[in-house]
Ligand binder design. Structure first.
Ligand code: SAM
Length: 264
């Protein structure tokens, strides 16, 4: 089943589903990038600004531009306090509205597999970053890495279908990322795996967060009867037992890549 690309229509719902995990992973990703302060940064596929705000907090950039094709996400981002420091605009990473070599670093957080032509987008990031500058990304590591992965496993176990394909699934592996970065002529390419703890205060919190907005991992739920939704809840409660404090805990994992623009 292919994924409906028009799912990013509600910035607040995205925040409930993914914002907290984006910020947690983004913090580790930025630590790995280890960028000097005062850079001119680009956040491509900024969505509702979750990673952009993390970048402001932990990266201390001189300036930040942030783009996303989803108008509703950009509208949400523009209503946040980061708008004072970030120039948000609607645009596509495959055709960036910037001159050559105007940034010191460009990043895409949790975006690359949603892009139909990731090689084109990486080429664009490399074009707008200056010589020696950094181009980097991270993406959840396949179905099992995503914070909503228990839903995919439940769908499979219960025979509800649930397989889904993002437009560019190969781009979420370290090998796929390395090939894209090298294909774009970037050098000093390195990859890594980032894991984060995913914790919900109880089962309802887990359920509400994961179903806060339509997303690839819960796409299968659209056609379920009430009885099947009940079976799904019961299966998840069994497979994700609460700890002594009632919390649901597991781990999510992402792959990341970074490389530098060659001296021209
Ligand atoms: C999972 S969200 C990630 C948002 C944000 N970067 C974060 O870390 O929370 C994926 C984002 O990729 C954006 N996206 C999809 N296709 C894109 C493209 N061609 N260029 C730039 N962004 C794109 C979507 O609109 C969506 O906001």
């Amino acid at each position: 089943m292919s994924v409906d690309q028009k799912i990013f229509t509600n910035g607040a719902a995205y925040e409930r589903l993914m914002g907290q995990w984006s910020r947690l992973t983004g913090t580790k990703f930025l630590a790995w990038l280890d960028m000097p302060k005062g850079l001119r940064g680009l956040d491509a596929g900024c969505g509702n600004g979750a990673f952009t705000e993390t970048l402001l907090e932990h990266g201390a950039p001189a300036s930040v531009d942030a783009i996303d094709p989803a108008e509703a996400q950009i509208a949400y981002a523009k209503a946040q306090k980061s708008v004072a420091q970030v120039k948000y605009q609607v645009a596509d990473a495959q055709a960036l509205p910037f001159d050559n070599a105007v940034f010191d670093a460009a990043a895409m957080a949790l975006v690359i597999s949603f892009i139909p032509d990731p090689a084109k987008a990486i080429g664009e990031l490399a074009r707008v970053v200056c010589e020696g500058g950094l181009v980097a990304t991270y993406m959840w590591d396949g179905f099992d890495g995503v914070p909503v992965s228990p839903f995919s496993r439940a769908a499979k176990a219960l025979g509800f279908g649930g397989e889904y394909a993002l437009p560019s699934p190969e781009a979420d592996t370290q090998a796929g990322m390395r090939a894209l970065w090298q294909g774009a002529g970037l050098e000093a390419v390195e990859t890594c795996r980032i894991t984060i703890p995913v914790t919900f205060k109880d089962f309802d919190d887990f359920w509400q967060s994961c179903t806060a907005m339509p997303n690839p991992a819960i796409q299968f739920m659209r056609g379920l009867s009430d009885a099947d939704v009940k079976r799904l809840r019961a299966w998840l409660q069994d497979s994700q037992p609460a700890d002594a404090a009632g919390r649901i805990n597991y781990t999510a994992a992402a792959n990341a890549v970074k490389g530098r623009v060659k001296r021209r």
